[in-house]
Design a protein around this ligand. Structure first.
Ligand SMILES: Cc1ncc(COP(=O)(O)O)c(C=O)c1O
Length: 424
């Protein structure tokens, strides 16, 4: 299957006609649990001696199609789906971290991730240091003996800047730790972080993978190359596991050990499983990813060029613009386009941003990206309001910043709506 082109894989990877009914679309297996052949069969499933379905919190056949499809599109060896992007982050770190451990994350991240890492993760005694993703040396400087991972976004939300994945992967690997890349804003259509040295890819599938603003989901993709037993840093993977009669997951499962550990420990015990119906919706969305993403990028470029020349706009940060500081990195990592989420600054600061957001008619004022519809938000009064002004500015979400997620409507209509709202 993986010999096919991206467009074919977006439609077919992981799916086959249903063997019982012949159903061609992936059925929604809306069931909590699966009948065992007998107690020996059940024992082999519970002991991880055989692959099969037990309970939808751990695996489900509809969800399995989504998992195989995204693993294939990203070039990974295995994946698991979760209830949301934040759930994917929680489970990935739960697999890597022990109490007292530390990781390094880009300062330029989705505001919800900054809060999850900086506030909620503290309750697990997991600690984060922030580094400037445009300065890989600052990432290196923040790594210490307890650091278990580096976390970046391929295209940062909301700043829209493209990160130097290969340079940061080298820094992580020199320290013997994996690089995790949140590829939500690029999607595997635009960027494949594993091919640039990343070890784990995460998604909020809520965004471009699903693509229609109707279903929550998250994905963890295991690149399969990291050696979890090279040090004693990752006991969940390299050491005997109490929950599985002393089994060592890396020794037993080899290249898919990280995905297995996320499933049989994190998903099993923390519990944020995706619903089969949401998995079905996201599978359906992925089948047009290769048609939607070029149009998202084309519309975003037209809107960015228009705003750049607008008298009420002081700056535009869109890597697709030839003079943008991220443009060269975009040509390397996301050559088919810079995605459709970017920021610009309104003259008049916070108040002007609020006024613009309150005056759009076609665009929707809401806290999401990656919808067919064009979306707008003023982060400092909404998504990033929990952060200090200093954190907001560092995350590319200062008081004058407005974020757009350019949708698939006529570009002229999106531009006309922004024009009338800016003139207000
Ligand atoms: C880049 C990025 N990562 C992760 C998340 C969290 O995903 P979810 O909302 O599906 O939990 C978001 C949400 O906006 C996001 O934009």
């Amino acid at each position: 299957m993986s010999d096919y082109g991206f467009d074919t894989l977006a439609i077919h990877a992981g799916a086959a006609p249903d063997p019982t009914t012949g159903a061609r679309a992936t059925p929604i297996y809306q069931t909590t649990s699966f009948v065992f052949d007998d107690t020996d069969h059940a024992a082999s499933l519970f002991d991880l001696q055989a692959f099969g379905n037990i309970y939808t919190r751990i695996t489900n056949p509809t969800t399995a199609v989504l998992e195989e499809r995204v693993a294939t599109l990203e070039g990974g060896v295995a994946a698991l789906a979760t209830a949301s992007g934040h759930a994917a982050q929680l489970i990935a770190f739960h697999t890597l971290m022990q109490p007292g451990d530390h990781f390094v994350a880009a300062r330029q991240l989705y505001g919800g991730s900054i809060t999850q890492f900086g506030v909620s993760f503290q309750k697990f005694d997991w600690h984060v240091d922030w580094a400037d993703v445009t300065d890989p040396a600052s990432i290196k400087a923040a790594i210490g003996p307890k650091t278990k991972a580096v976390f970046i976004e391929s295209i940062a939300n909301p700043g829209g800047l493209v990160t130097d994945i290969a340079a940061i992967a080298d820094i992580a690997h020199e320290a013997g730790i994996p690089l995790i890349v949140d590829n939500t804003l690029a999607s595997p259509y635009l960027c494949k972080p594993l091919s640039h040295g990343a070890d784990i890819v995460l998604h909020s599938a809520t965004k471009f993978l699903g693509g229609h603003g109707n279903s929550m989901g998250g994905i963890i993709v295991d690149g399969g190359k990291f050696n979890w037993s090279a040090s004693d840093k990752y006991p969940s993977l390299s050491q005997p596991n109490d929950g599985y009669h002393g089994m060592k997951l890396h020794e037993t499962f080899g290249e898919i050990a990280f995905a297995i550990a996320c499933r049989v420990i994190g998903l099993r015990d923390l519990g944020p499983a995706i619903s089969p119906t949401n998995a079905f919706m996201i599978i359906t969305g992925i089948e047009t990813l290769h048609l939607r993403m070029p149009r998202h990028c084309e519309n975003a470029l037209k809107v960015a060029e228009h705003l750049k020349a607008h008298e009420a706009v002081s700056w535009v940060s869109y890597a697709g613009l030839a003079d943008d500081p991220s443009h060269n990195l975009m040509k390397k990592y996301s050559p088919k386009g810079a995605g459709s989420v970017f920021t610009f600054g309104v003259k008049g600061g916070y108040d002007a941003g609020v006024k613009l957001a309150n005056n759009v008619k076609l665009l929707s004022l809401l806290a999401n990206v990656g919808d067919t519809r064009s979306l707008i938000i003023h982060p400092s009064s909404t998504t990033h309001r929990q952060l200090t002004e200093e954190q907001q500015t560092a995350a590319g979400a200062g008081p004058d910043v407005v974020r757009l997620s350019v949708g698939l409507e006529d570009a002229a209509d999106i531009i006309a709506d922004l024009d009338q709202a800016l003139s207000a």
